[in-house]
Design a protein around this ligand. Structure first.
Ligand SMILES: [Zn+2]
Length: 47
């Protein structure tokens, strides 16, 4: 089961793998599909 995350802007809940994008440099981008809020290098325990 994929963990859920809350968007800090619109506060909607979305599956982790839908809002997080792993970059080749190991940064992780958070992008909310509801409000298009984007944040780089969020903290994650993934991996
Ligand atoms: Zn949002």
């Amino acid at each position: 089961m994929m963990p859920m995350v809350h968007c800090p802007k619109c506060n909607k809940e979305e599956a982790l793998d839908k809002v997080l994008t792993a970059q080749s440099n190991q940064n992780v981008i958070f992008k909310c599909p509801h409000c298009t809020y984007t944040k780089r290098q969020i903290h994650t325990s993934k991996g």
